[in-house]
Design a protein around this ligand. Structure first.
Ligand code: H2U
Ligand code: ZN
Length: 355
């Protein structure tokens, strides 16, 4: 047995992710290793505020020939290249073999623009403009949630995340089935609730509010933390302080509070490497459709932000090799990442320059 006292910043260990029921290898000492790859800041892309040839812009013609209205805040439309074709897709027949299983998959894909301008992002939008995005998210959940078991709202931001269009937007994929990540989260939260009589993420909010070791931003209604079990270097979770199942259940004040915390968190993200910070983010809450009639007390609404950057505006964390074949691994502790983000200004660097 070693006589050295355990220090998470120095000593590798594995941490449990209670939402997924799996583990992450934390080896913070790896940040000390020499880096000979690129570290320079990529040149900022010059994006036109309005481009009549960009199919997401107001007044532009989309691939299917439809002309967008001259929208002034948010704008939603059916994805012209949907993953789910239509509700009438034929189902696969009986399975030929237990190892060759297929089931039918039905769904609906929508695209939602956040703002009429292509050269703006959420942290640079006003609180009132962000609030409109939140209201629209809640409306989409109500609409598609009445028909589908799962409605996944997600934003892919930045080319590095495979986003094909710089215009600020998100996508919505609604499905007849509960996707894998959510099956895990559903089972894990159900088990926790059965054992502890408190929703897992309500208990987690209590822990983070007491410890304040991984808090990035907090307001009266929300907190943003780097979860103890974070996988991506600067991964965060947005959590409401009240027990809330789904986005449409948020009160007026909670929606304003959400706009406030999103603006602050995303400004910090951009300030970290003084770049428009790429990420994939998405909302998770209690399942919808027929699940609306079931008891979903074990669920708590939350958003995940998964940003790929590690060391600079151009050096990303690669999830390859060991991560693909064995287990995810991170190079700095959740506490170190939270401290870095917490110390950054809540005011966006671009707004500071123009002050
Ligand atoms: P992404 O870059 O996040 O993929 O967003 C662009 C989305 O917009 C993409 O899903 C859709 C694409 O299918 N789109 C249309 O629905 N119509 C168009 O005319 C162009 C792009
Ligand atoms: Zn989740």
């Amino acid at each position: 047995m070693s006589s050295v006292v355990f220090n998470p910043k120095e000593h590798q260990h594995i941490r449990y992710n209670p939402l997924k029921g799996d583990w992450v290898l934390v080896s913070a000492h790896r940040m000390k290793r020499p880096w000979s790859g690129a570290t320079e800041k990529p040149a900022e892309e010059n994006i036109a505020r309005h481009n009549p040839n960009n199919p997401l812009c107001p007044g532009a013609t989309r691939i299917n020939g439809e002309v967008n209205p001259n929208y002034e805040s948010t704008f939603e439309f059916d994805n012209d290249f949907p993953v789910f074709l239509d509700d009438g897709a034929p189902s696969p027949g009986p399975n030929e073999h237990p190892l060759l299983r297929a089931e039918s998959a039905v769904g609906k894909c929508r695209v939602m623009c956040f703002h009429p301008w292509s050269d703006i992002t959420l942290p640079l939008m006003s609180l009132a403009e962000i609030r409109k995005v939140i209201d629209q998210w809640a409306d989409i959940m109500l609409d598609l949630g009445s028909r589908f078991k799962w409605v996944q709202i997600f934003e892919n931001k930045g080319k590095i995340m495979g986003c094909s269009n710089p215009h600020p937007h998100c996508q919505v994929w609604a499905s007849s089935f509960l996707p894998n990540e959510l099956k895990l989260e559903d089972d894990q939260q159900r088990d926790y609730y059965k054992k502890n009589k408190i929703p897992m993420l309500m208990d987690y909010v209590k822990v983070e509010m007491e410890k304040k070791e991984r808090m990035v931003v907090e307001n009266a209604y929300w907190l943003a933390v780097v979860p103890y079990w974070a996988t991506w270097p600067f991964e965060t979770m947005l959590l409401p302080k009240r027990h809330i199942l789904r986005l449409p259940d948020l009160s007026d004040e909670e929606r304003d509070g959400l706009a406030d915390i999103m603006k602050k968190l995303l400004a910090k993200y951009d300030n970290l490497f003084e770049t428009s910070f790429p990420y994939s983010m998405g909302w998770h809450g209690a399942p919808t459709g027929t699940c609306m009639q079931e008891d979903c007390t074990h669920w708590q609404l939350h958003a995940h932000y998964y940003p790929p950057l590690l060391r600079s505006a151009s050096v990303k964390k690669f999830m390859v090799g060991y991560e693909m074949l064995a287990q995810v691994q991170r190079d700095l502790t959740a506490e170190q990442a939270a401290k870095k983000l917490e110390e950054l200004s809540e005011v966006h660097y671009k707004l500071k320059l123009s002050e």
